[in-house]
Design a protein around this ligand. Structure first.
Ligand code: NAP
Length: 307
């Protein structure tokens, strides 16, 4: 790898490239959009609130007046919204160089998506599975394209419970277990997707990243607002800024030396902070049988078939 301390200035020029960032209005996604436009990419902020997306665009344009940013509505908790997004994207764009599947929710109380999926698996994995499948045609026709999924250290707490994948009726649900399951699913999906690309001779790579522990809006469900306010100084010390946390996602998206199935995370102690390097995911994430089973279940649930 070119440099141990990989930073935004290591990114190549991205003129002519089209990049979708899901959840590009907040936290790591917002930082990713900023970094991509700083290198001249044409970026789509795919977000569930157009207002929040436009606000983010406005803020970025203050720093990069020539930035090419399009805000498009995408609610990953609705298959219908994912279909509409994909159709609109195909109408308005001609290529897709990077699909950064960044959006996510963490440790929310039990709830379901519009399609009846447990919402953490539904948003974090199934929504991105469907989106990727619907954009496959564009990934295929863009030479050297990439899909980057965003996992978490919490994948190590995850277990895919095929007998109760969706925690129907909230049975056996805990916010951490379901988050861990969804983040393990992000890894299993990445590795299976890479195998799919190789088997079908598609010039696209699937990679994955985790941001350590980064200071973003993700933690809103961890504790009540007043507690978060109280522990803010400690929280700040334990986390890294989003501008650092995004580096593994960026490296996976654009480092020319990165390979399919590479997993990037921070180089610091316990991978909680630091500069992006190759890291290892746990044994469960490498289980091919689980990956194939999850793929099959994801196709069945979302109705999006990869072919
Ligand atoms: N921060 C960390 O320490 C950490 C650690 C490990 C992994 N991660 C992963 O990093 C990714 C980014 O999270 P973040 O930390 O940047 O948190 P964040 O600031 O809360 O951003 C999450 C983004 O996802 C969007 N989102 C949530 N549900 C969505 C839906 N149904 N459809 C479309 N977009 C949706 C949010 O939109 P709204 O603004 O509309 O809510 C927001 O733009 C997530 O996948 C998360 O699991 C983060």
């Amino acid at each position: 790898m070119a440099s141990q301390k990989w930073i935004v200035s290591n990114m190549p020029d991205l003129s002519g490239k089209t990049i979708i960032v899901t959840g590009g209005n907040s936290g790591l996604g917002f930082e990713a959009v900023k970094a991509f436009v700083s290198k001249n990419a044409d970026v789509i902020i795919a977000c569930r609130s157009l207002d929040r997306g436009e606000k983010a665009k406005k803020e970025i344009i203050r720093f990069f007046p020539n930035a090419q940013i399009t805000v498009m509505e995408l609610d990953l908790s609705s298959i219908q919204s994912i279909y509409s997004f994909a159709a609109k994207f195909k109408k308005n764009f001609v290529r897709l160089d990077v699909l950064l599947n960044n959006a996510g929710i963490m440790m929310v109380p039990y709830g379901m998506t519009l399609d009846g999926f447990e919402q953490q698996l539904g948003t974090n994995h199934l929504g991105h599975f469907a989106l990727t499948g619907l954009l496959l045609e564009f990934l295929r026709k863009t030479p050297g394209s990439r899909v980057v999924n965003v996992s978490s250290l919490a994948h190590k707490q995850g277990k895919i419970d095929f007998a109760n994948l969706l925690y129907v009726g909230g049975k056996g649900y805990t916010p951490l277990k379901a988050y861990g399951q969804s983040k393990l699913a992000n890894l299993l999906f990445t590795y299976e997707l890479q195998r799919y690309f190789e088997k079908n001779n598609i010039d696209c790579k699937a990679l994955v990243a985790h941001p350590g522990v980064s200071d973003t809006n993700l933690f809103v469900h961890i504790a009540p607002k007043w507690v978060m306010k109280l522990i803010r100084p400690v929280f700040k010390r334990l986390t890294q800024p989003a501008s650092m946390g995004v580096l593994p996602e960026l490296r996976a998206s654009v480092d020319p030396e990165a390979k399919g199935s590479d997993f990037f995370g921070p180089d610091g102690k316990y991978e909680t902070k630091g500069y992006p390097v190759l890291v290892r995911s746990n044994a469960a994430s490498l289980d091919r049988e689980s990956a194939a089973k999850l793929w099959e279940a994801s196709e069945k649930l979302t109705g999006v078939i990869y072919n």
